[in-house]
Design a protein around this ligand. Sequence first.
Ligand SMILES: NC(=O)c1ccc[n+]([C@@H]2O[C@H](COP(=O)([O-])OP(=O)(O)OC[C@H]3O[C@@H](n4cnc5c(N)ncnc54)[C@H](O)[C@@H]3O)[C@@H](O)[C@H]2O)c1
Ligand SMILES: [Fe+2]
Length: 401
Amino acid sequence: MPDIWTFHSAGKLVFGAGAVARLGQLVSELRVGRVFLVTDKNLQRAGVVERVCAPLKAAGLSVQIFDGGEPEPSIDLAEVALAAARDFRAEAVVGLGGGSNMDLAKVTAASLTHGAPARAFIGDCKVPGPVLPIVCLPTTSGTGSEVTAAAVLTDKASQMKVGILSNDLRPRVAVVDPELTLSCPAKVTADSGIDALTHAIEAYTAVDNERFPLPPGEKTVYQGRHPLGDCLAEKAIELVGKNLARAVREPANLEARTGMSAAATIAGLAFSNVGVALVHAMEYPVGGAVHVSHGAGNGLLLPFVMWFNLPLRQRQFARIAQLLGRDTAGMSEDDAAQEAIRAVETLKREIGIPARLRDIGVKEGQLADFAAKAFNVKRILRVNPRETTPEAIEGIYREAW
Ligand SMILES: NC(=O)c1ccc[n+]([C@@H]2O[C@H](COP(=O)([O-])OP(=O)(O)OC[C@H]3O[C@@H](n4cnc5c(N)ncnc54)[C@H](O)[C@@H]3O)[C@@H](O)[C@H]2O)c1
Ligand SMILES: [Fe+2]
């Protein structure tokens, strides 16, 4: 049982409005000349790509733009990006976008370095060693991928999201400039924002580090709750409570955007060391089978999983209620804990996350298959505070249906 905990992050984190102006200097310090930039056409149209390329070019760097990024990228798309990066003889890979583009950039760097396709790295600690420098700039406030050890791809064949987890995938530099999120559409702001909240809540309520059930001989980047993870998760939850609904309502509000950028990155620091749990395991089959964003799928499932975990995490839930701005004075711990779930339910409604699985096209007949698939995502299920069975997971899906 682990009772030693560690903490990993991006090599350098640069945060604040206007931070992107420093990008040329930051990349030059990596002693690279040829930079492969992974992004997408929405960000081209929004002028975000231009804002990021300008400082790179001013620093004399040679930049190749790959704008073929897609939401929830597939393993096939990773092959396309890899071929382009190889032709260009990239020396560093920049990920500009939401989690989708940043993850594609991370996988591209790993494949280019180790001469193996993305598929070879699926699972925990399968990347053989350090990779070409990765630099990430988030344009959503959600995944935290700019600091995390994860890259998530869609396996179209098995209709599942698959994860590559390795500390070698942590970016060398993360530049978090909230101005890059100003053009984020309301739906993306809502979906990615509730993903950040899910990361923070799953980290804050994870199994304790001392009880982390890692089978002998297995390696993982996750390690259960520890004190530093708790500090970060608390801050992230508070920031989401103060800023998410406002950022959705007032997209040009830089203060709310800055709060959400901080929330997402800080939640990323927490969960990428502590772990995510049952909500994420249950979202993987849903996201693989129907058209729903990762964030919306997580947000939909979050309160239902919280009801399931409630008996084991009352103290933490009661604190979450306060962090989300609820007045719990005079309440019993049990009532205060339930208040946290109600706060999440209210936020979900307020920002337009679908209420039920049937609303996003899931058929009742799919639930048993989803439960079997989710139960197999052992590397994250073991982070959950309460043990699960396929039957219990199916029960939660039914509640959420
Ligand atoms: N690596 C990790 O640690 C990690 C963690 C959680 C989730 N994920 C993965 O990240 C992906 C989701 O990422 P996401 O929620 O950030 O969304 P996303 O990257 O899929 O982006 C969603 C859409 O928003 C558009 N967009 C993004 N920023 C914009 C902006 N500023 N202006 C205009 N349009 C913009 C994109 O072009 C895209 O079409 C999923 O694949 C998920 O599984 C990864
Ligand atoms: Fe997530």
